[in-house]
Design a protein around this ligand. Structure first.
Ligand SMILES: Cc1cc2nc3c(=O)[nH]c(=O)nc-3n(C[C@H](O)[C@H](O)[C@H](O)COP(=O)(O)OP(=O)(O)OC[C@H]3O[C@@H](n4cnc5c(N)ncnc54)[C@H](O)[C@@H]3O)c2cc1C
Length: 459
């Protein structure tokens, strides 16, 4: 995939990956061997007909190819940029057995961008109005997908979002250089065009409760997709020093408040000369690369396991390394130091080695006694995971959750409360865009079946 050169992109917020040219897309599409049993489809949580859309590329029908994807996936330009394809469809591509899989994600992005550039969106079939109303809480990929599917099934759909901006993590978390916000906006407009109503700055559980939506506002079903926006910390000495951010706070300040455009926007984000980011997932990788673009001398990623266990998308790890982020693998923080004014000045870490696999299946990191050492930092970004915000769980009687606060559902997305469904990160914990979308699809199907059943009971 053509990209901006590392020395240029490490100081700007323009998109890193530039996308295939038509010629490159055609060459890549020719690598698909149209398997009789296309197992790549089974690797896609929303079951996009991959060989079929690639065939349309070969026929140079790019809008047709995009529409084939849209039949199953209402956010192709987003998924073409951020899906972890290497672990999903591309992992099952037969070409991968002997060499390199077809770049399915890159082809998806190519056709989705082509369709956006020529503005050629087909009006989807919309079933006649059913008279049923569904409220969706949160506007991330799970809700956006459920909203599109439910609207096409003829239901009246309203999405409630706590923030002033729609898109969930796609808007407040993933940075502009990986996912331009204009793309998120275009996909949301497609939903508005088919009648989905959006209400921003509305915190369900505070502004109004789930029970009020069901009983007073008369919604026939509610889908909860409130994500996992509550950051975890390490609870180490000194972690409350100034200059230590959660990754969520840091990325939100930059993405939503345009902190990277200071002084054009009145929302500066302080990044010192030496930044340490703790963790190595997608969130950590984004935080490190955003920090780098704000101009420090050095950005470290401190990760307690090895390169092989890094959970972030492979492409983003490579990009981060090319941009000059220094990885400190097998290293765990033990405490932070500060100055007399309470600002962080340094951190102590300890070397780790890998033991037997733990419950996550990854080899357990074990500290090596006596290897403690320190280095100077003036900004630390903690990106060691997130949990669900507990607000709705605590204001909705009878809603069963795990001990971590994740909402419990059955395989259709139904919670312990009739008429109340949930999906995405609030159920799974920090997960992926496409799995959240898969949950949205499943819940939409199940809500529809329930609403269309003769007695329309909420179960
Ligand atoms: C920085 C970052 C980078 C990532 N990169 C990738 C990637 O490259 N690829 C990938 O596949 N996945 C990535 N992920 C994970 C992915 O973004 C999530 O799995 C996905 O967004 C979850 O979707 P969701 O719809 O469940 O929730 P979210 O996207 O989290 O959206 C939830 C929405 O609900 C709103 N909300 C919360 N509470 C309320 C309430 N009470 N009332 C109203 N609204 C509420 C929130 O404001 C938010 O907008 C990343 C995550 C982060 C944080």
């Amino acid at each position: 995939m053509p990209c901006q050169l590392p020395e240029a992109r490490r100081r700007n917020f323009c998109e890193v990956a530039i996308g295939f040219t038509e010629e490159q897309a055609l060459l890549e599409a020719q690598r698909c061997i149209s398997c009789k049993t296309p197992i790549c489809i089974t690797g896609c949580p929303v079951e996009v007909n991959i060989p079929h859309f690639i065939l349309s590329i070969l026929k140079r029908d790019y809008v047709g190819a995009a529409n084939i994807i849209r039949d199953k996936n209402s956010l192709p330009a987003i998924c073409g940029r951020v899906c972890q394809q290497e672990d999903q469809c591309e992992a099952r591509c037969v070409n991968a057995i002997k060499g390199t899989s077809v770049g399915i994600g890159r082809l998806e992005r190519f056709v989705a961008d082509y369709q956006i550039d020529c503005g050629s969106f087909a009006t989807p079939f919309i079933a006649p109005p059913t008279g049923r109303r569904v409220a969706l809480v949160g506007s991330g990929p799970a809700s956006l997908t459920a909203a599109g599917d439910l609207a096409r099934m003829g239901h009246k759909v309203t999405v409630f979002e706590a923030l002033h901006k729609l898109g969930g993590v796609l808007a407040y978390g993933i940075p502009e250089f990986r996912l331009p916000k204009s793309i998120v906006g275009i996909e949301i407009r497609q939903l508005e065009n088919i009648g989905v109503e959006f209400v921003t700055s509305c915190v369900i559980g505070k502004t109004e409760t789930v029970d009020e939506l069901l009983d007073e506002e008369g919604y026939d079903a509610v889908f909860l997709a409130t994500g996992a926006g509550l950051p975890y910390f390490l609870n180490l000495p000194g972690e409350n020093l100034a200059g230590i951010y959660s990754a969520n706070e840091f990325l939100t300040r930059v993405n939503l408040m345009k902190g990277y455009k200071f002084p054009e926007y009145d929302t500066p984000v302080k990044v010192g000369k030496r930044v340490a980011v703790l963790g190595a997932g997608n969130t950590a990788m984004d935080a490190a690369r955003v920090a780098l673009r704000l101009g420090p001398e050095k950005v470290y990623m401190v990760y307690r396991r090895s390169r092989a266990e890094v959970p972030a998308r492979a492409e983003e790890v490579e990009h981060a390394m090319e941009e000059g982020i220094e990885f400190k693998f097998l290293t765990a923080p033990t405490q932070f130091f500060g100055d007399t004014r309470g600002w962080v000045t340094g951190m102590e870490v300890i070397d780790m080695e890998l033991g037997e696999p733990d419950e996550s299946g990854r080899r357990r990191p074990v500290p090596i006694t006596g290897t403690e050492h320190s280095f100077d930092v003036d900004t630390v970004i903690v990106a060691v995971g997130q949990g669900p915000n507990p607000l709705i769980q605590s204001t909705t009687p009878g809603l069963n959750t795990t001990k971590w606060g994740n909402i419990i559902t059955d395989e259709t997305g139904l919670t312990s409360r009739p008429g109340l469904y949930a999906g995405g990160d609030v159920v799974r914990g920090g997960s992926t865009v496409i799995l959240a979308m898969g949950d949205g699809k499943r819940a939409a199907r199940s809500i529809h079946e329930n609403l269309m059943s003769t007695n329309c009971s909420r179960n």
